[in-house]
Design a protein around this ligand. Sequence first.
Ligand code: KDO
Length: 331
Amino acid sequence: MRTTFTRRALMALTVAALATPVFAQDKTTVRLSIPASETDQRSIALAEVFAPAVADFITYQPHYNGSLIAQGSELESIASGDLEMSVTSAQELAQFFPEFSIFATGYVHQDAAHQVAVFNDPLMDSFKQTAEDELGVKLLSVVYLGKRHVNLRQTKEELTVTTPADLAGVNLRMPGTDAWQFLGKALGANPTPMAFTEIYTALQTGSVDGQDNPLPTVVDAKFYEVTNQVALTAHLVDLNYIAFSKAVWDKLTPEQQETVQKAADDAAESGRQKQLAKEEELVAFLEGEGMEIYEPDLKAFREHVQQQYVGSEFAASWPEGLLEQINALGN
Ligand code: KDO
């Protein structure tokens, strides 16, 4: 599973990034690359909360829709010094460090508050340290993306999703890493890897039957224009981590580091509250757009998904007792 980059190659990239000089009197340029649009709540929170709070010493340059760095390559880009900031997923981190897959597993995180409790718990310390030491990436804060649901082109009359068996043969676009694809299979579907920016056209042309994302993303990316239903599977309480270059961090003064940390936490909190509010209000909006939104048999989905992880190569990489610790931080 540790695919393209070995730990040694990453160290070399990180050392190269550290060698770039920055003059103390200059403002540091921090380029953000994000696959999401400018109107996504994460983009808004970073632009409106993070950027102004650090403006005295950081020139913030956001790049949206994966226009600077393609989705999935952001971590390598930070490691090599070609990028200073991004949002990343546990699934992407699991490509380098398989143990991160525990945070990418269906039905593990219970809600937004549970994500925060887990991220701030000492159990995360070794994960954060590994990303810092071996990738040169500081994970500053956890951002709430929302509950991911199954969003299909078929009408409910054509296909009603009650249990995972109903997704058999359904071509479901999932992001392109092993952990994401595994989750798609665990849902009972036929997962198809594809970049986020290609989903709309794929749904429009029918090259996939559906995709999974939280409701605010379904609206922001206008997937509702090219799909007919959402089965509220809530299979992943999805998160992103705010990823920041350790090389840049190390050049900041302790006061500046504190300001960056607080700005990231404040942006994450602001984005989280807005995303939670949107999740509530968007069901009505989507129904108004003619979408059918309904809850499948959640017990059947939860049990099926959890069973797929038992004995899997992912579960084998999880530190002993960690799942129990994570569960204990929830309700
Ligand atoms: C997606 O590709 O479906 C996903 O939602 C995965 C997330 O981890 C995140 O990368 C997100 O896309 C992008 O930021 C676009 O919203």
